[in-house]
Design a protein around this ligand. Structure first.
Ligand code: MLT
Length: 407
């Protein structure tokens, strides 16, 4: 008799966005006359930037001829893309990251979910609360937690992100082995200053922890004093992995391209205390389990890192940030305390009420999909998240429906 991985039994019945989709489908079936407006999952609505479309075409044209055809590519990503990323995203910001420390993939969700595989089953893991659920669920699947009890998994160290700490949890008093951080933050929209990240880097260097830094939303930063990369902090190369994504930045949610930086200096230890290169472990993992991102997607991605591509994506992120500002202003006018919406496409709204009930209420009365804060953790209760990813007219219509429903 084949047996399942028992750790899956500890997971809540469905992934947050799957549960939301289920409720939205039920609502749409019951009220087909009013189309719902989606400001829930952070899924972009604009078409690919024109340079990326051109890059895609070029890649497909090459795949169409025997002389230019590409079969299996390098599992780590093509050199042309990794070099462009190293220069455009890091070199130009004064960060020392080389192309062979960059691993191109099909998504930051997969990479942040898979990276924990490199570490022992009995390490201690810390996650912010509220948190992007992938970090938690993948550690549950790997058997690093106990059961789900009173809104939390036993065995995880939760770092409360509250209005008191500006939704930027400080390092814990106890040592942990692996920490997940995400800035600009999903879901709270908060950003971390250089001093706050430096505190984390110093904690990791002192305790031997590794930081998994999710920078998927860095393109939305407009405040020049804020760090875009953890490698802007001295000493981070010895303690941090960074995840980046083209999904929200360049409209690649349906096209799939992301990358992960694993510096050469980063080490983890075996049971005898001997150091191992985490970069080499990730390379081993990726070359075994992953066959690389398709060639045309990489030629499309490469176009995003050209000066014209960067201009186009800046215009898109400006647009979504204007949506975010509209959302924040409207919700504040309705009397809600908000965070995020500046330097971030998410607005985190304190409702002070049951967040799934608030979600259902907004869905049923306004026909607008938002995200209940409780789906991101115990400290998300009493909050909801509204995403700025939609067309302006849809956002304006959603906000006027919400105003009418909540006034
Ligand atoms: C979100 O809405 O939190 C994100 O879109 C989820 C993701 O990027 O996987």
């Amino acid at each position: 008799m084949i047996r399942i991985n028992e750790h899956y039994r500890k997971l809540k019945a469905s992934y947050l966005f799957v549960e939301i989709a289920r409720r939205v489908a039920a609502h749409a079936a019951a009220q087909p006359e009013r189309p719902v407006i989606k400001l829930g999952i952070g899924d972009v609505t604009h078409a690919l930037p024109s340079v990326a479309v051109e890059g895609f075409r070029k890649g497909i044209a090459e795949q169409a001829g025997d002389e230019t055809f590409h079969g299996y590519g390098p599992e780590q990503g093509y050199e042309f893309l990794r070099e462009l990323i190293a220069t455009a995203d890091f070199g130009e910001r004064g960060c020392d990251v080389s192309a062979d420390e960059i691993f191109v993939s099909d998504g930051a969700k997969c990479d942040t979910g898979n990276f924990q595989e490199l570490f022992a089953a009995d390490i201690t893991v810390a996650v912010p609360d509220p948190v992007y659920p992938v970090y938690v669920d993948t550690n549950v699947m790997a058997g690093r937690t106990g059961i789900w009890r009173d809104g939390r998994y036993d065995g995880l160290v939760y770092l409360p992100g509250t209005s008191e700490n500006g939704f930027v949890p400080p390092p814990p008093s106890q040592p942990v082995d692996l920490v997940y951080l995400c800035f600009p933050n999903n879901p709270t929209g908060s950003t971390a200053t250089k001093a706050e990240l430096a505190e984390w880097v110093s904690y990791a260097r002192k305790t031997g922890a590794i930081i998994l830094f999710d920078a998927a939303y860095e393109e939305f930063i407009r405040d020049d004093s804020l760090p875009h990369s953890i490698y802007e902090i001295d000493g981070a190369r010895e303690v941090a992995v960074e995840f980046r994504s083209l999904s929200k930045t360049a409209g690649f949610t349906g096209t799939r391209c992301a990358y992960t930086v694993v510096p050469r200096e980063l080490k983890a230890f075996d049971s005898q205390g001997s150091p191992h290169s985490v970069r080499d472990l990730w390379n081993r993992r990726q070359s075994t389990k992953f066959n690389g991102v398709s060639y045309p997607v990489q030629t499309a991605a490469a176009a995003v890192f050209t000066p014209e591509g960067r201009k186009e994506i800046r215009a898109r992120s400006d647009y979504y940030l204007e949506n975010a500002a509209l959302i924040r202003t409207t919700m504040e006018e309705l009397g809600y305390e908000c965070s995020g919406g500046f330097n971030s496409p998410y607005v985190w709204i304190r409702t002070g009420t049951d967040s799934w009930a608030f979600f259902d209420d907004v869905l049923n009365r306004a026909g607008v999909v938002i995200t209940p804060g409780a789906g991101f953790g115990l400290h998300g209760e009493g909050y909801v998240r509204i995403s700025a990813f939609n067309h302006r007219e849809k956002v304006i219509e959603a906000l006027s429906r919400i105003q009418a429903a909540l006034r």
